[in-house]
Design a binder for this molecule. Structure first.
Ligand code: ZN
Length: 158
């Protein structure tokens, strides 16, 4: 698990695309969701590790995303569903590139206990980059806000 900031930054520019803009924050939430759901339980109750392993799987997150999307009104429900699912998909894609000392993530749970990963970096390898990711996201949000304000100024008045 790269930490949450790296997960957020990995999809930050995808969230800026006009087709995603309306559900942008749901998309970002979906990117964080697998770790937001499983990590606190593991930290608070380490003996429940087996359950949190099962929670950090595509099938579990598919169910969670479909349930969460049901809380949205009909016109937004389908977009919410896809934003959450796409976010989770990108989360797992980044996790796939990690390496672990022991078994990695069980992508096909509960159908298989086989674990596989590409193994390009250790989970903590992204930690030194967190300030850079944060700075870039804050800078781009600032630029985006300034551009939006400029476009809203009516000529001759502001
Ligand atoms: Zn993860």
């Amino acid at each position: 698990m790269p930490e949450l900031v790296t997960h957020a930054f990995s999809v930050y520019f995808i969230g800026m695309h006009p087709s995603v803009k309306r559900v942008r924050w749901l998309f970002y939430f979906g990117v964080l969701l697998p770790d937001v759901i499983s990590r606190p339980i593991y930290i608070l109750w380490p003996r429940w590790f087996g359950y949190t392993v099962a929670m950090h799987t595509p099938i579990f997150m598919l169910i969670v995303c479909l349930l969460l999307a049901e809380f949205f009104a009909s016109p937004l429900k389908i977009k919410a569903r896809w934003a959450l699912l796409a976010g989770c998909g990108f989360h797992f894609l980044l996790d796939l590139f990690q390496k672990h000392i022991g078994a990695g993530y069980f992508w096909l749970f509960p159908f298989s206990w086989r674990s596989f990963e590409i193994g390009l970096f250790w989970p903590e390898a992204t930690l030194p980059l967190v300030p850079i990711w944060l700075l870039l996201m804050v800078a781009f949000e600032g630029i985006w806000l300034l551009r939006r304000r400029k476009s809203q100024v009516i000529p001759g008045i502001g």
